[in-house]
Design a protein around this ligand. Sequence first.
Ligand SMILES: Nc1nc2c(ncn2[C@@H]2O[C@H](COP(=O)(O)OP(=O)(O)OP(=O)(O)O)[C@@H](O)[C@H]2O)c(=O)[nH]1
Ligand SMILES: [Mg+2]
Length: 347
Amino acid sequence: MECGIVGFQAVGKTTLFKALTAHAIEVQAGSMAPNVGQAEIPDPRLDQIAGVITTRKIIPAKVQLVDIPGVPSGGGASHGSILANIRNVDALCHVVNCFDGVTDARSACQDLLTELALSDLVLVESSLDKATRAARGGDKEAAARRDVLERCKGVLEDEKPLRSATWNEQEQAILRSYGMLSSKPQLVVANISETDIERTDQVATELSEFIADQDELIVLCAELESQIAELPPDDRDEMLSSMGLQEPAIGPLARAINTLLGLGAFYTAGEKEVRSWIIRQGSSAPEAAGSVHSDIERGFIRAECYHVDELLELGSEKAIKSAGKLRSEGKQYIMQDGDVVHFLFNV
Ligand SMILES: Nc1nc2c(ncn2[C@@H]2O[C@H](COP(=O)(O)OP(=O)(O)OP(=O)(O)O)[C@@H](O)[C@H]2O)c(=O)[nH]1
Ligand SMILES: [Mg+2]
């Protein structure tokens, strides 16, 4: 699962990508190829667990990002290839330029959404004929595609994004197979100028009425985030506290991207390391085990778990055991957000 950083040209996407990936990836200025990298997902629960369970290392999970070249407004030769890049990602982090003024940002935000929806409409129209013909020949799968495409057409002609409609799992899989742009979950990042940092809340209010209800809005200054990410940890803490901040804005952004992708976290904790792991929400215990190691999934016996809040409340794993709060979960167990797990396995 990966999230695309998308938007019009020169809105600060690569600047934000550099901040999120802590400058670990070399990016080519003006390249037409996407930059691919991972962002750490800072998680306050990791420190909380390590406060109770003595450990040598804390390892946060990471989320996969693709920094896609800007969509040229008004078309152009590269337009198609850039949209094709966007079709391949699972969710969109839509960056809007607010450092040149908030009024323009509102319409720019709408313009990009319109552009994505129009491109979907073109795709729907070209695919509908093919699916209809195949369905007439008795192809059941094509009939399902035709039905989804017909519904898509209706939604898009009403000038709505595809994600505003409700789709069952099978329909969602069809939308994904076409890479429908407006069906992808998205959040909006308003990239403000350094001088507007103190106006962050105000900008959020000004923009919020233009953002669809279901979309999250994060206001930050990408340039500043990028500079903060380059500082050594001590200087970073000093800079943040001088600004009255607990953590850089990319922290909540990375967590929001993870949620947007439909992912959640569970934890393993021991002397060696306290670590968070990313899984699809609704994953079973063996699937979660598989994200740690395929052997643990293969030889899965059971998962001993408790919730991180119980650890904080009771103060130790021993106390959790004596209080009867250590659960023994089998293969059918669906992982819950905040589970701390010991997997028992045999290979
Ligand atoms: N003042 C200010 N300038 C910014 C900010 N973020 C980006 N810029 C400037 O905007 C320009 C483009 O930044 P990039 O991060 O390369 O933008 P991009 O969206 O990746 O651009 P393309 O990939 O070419 O579409 C650079 O000159 C940045 O310095 C910001 O938060 N404040
Ligand atoms: Mg760029």
